[in-house]
Design a protein around this ligand. Structure first.
Ligand code: SF4
Length: 105
């Protein structure tokens, strides 16, 4: 889960909903934790490069404990996760995700 300066409430919504691009060096770092590439990454056929795999719950590395979401690879998470939400007008406040996605794309 993103943290940084963000007041993260561990709702997990970003990790449930966003597709994460991942670089080759980030893949190597995660491989160092004992994962196999096919367990967590796939080619991004639209944009090139790679992205993290997703399942019905979101990112394959998203975990939950007692209603609080956690990242299984937090120390090795990709840069895009570390930087989030530092792009566009996305803010991260309680209820923000619900509000944004109720409006639809
Ligand atoms: S790698 Fe971790 S922080 Fe990034 S989307 Fe997946 S669960 Fe969230």
């Amino acid at each position: 889960m993103p943290q940084g300066d963000l007041d993260c409430i561990r709702c997990g919504e970003c990790c449930k909903r966003l597709t994460v691009k991942i670089t080759s060096s980030e893949i190597k770092r995660i491989l160092g934790k004992g994962y196999r590439p096919e367990e967590f990454s796939r080619p991004d056929l639209a944009l090139g490069g790679f992205e993290l795999l997703r399942n019905q719950s979101g990112c394959v590395f998203l975990d939950s404990k007692k209603g609080s979401y956690l990242c299984r690879i937090y120390p090795e998470r990709p840069k895009i996760c570390r930087d989030y939400p530092s792009f566009g007008d996305v803010s991260c406040k309680p209820g923000e995700w619900t509000t944004r996605f109720k409006k639809g794309p």
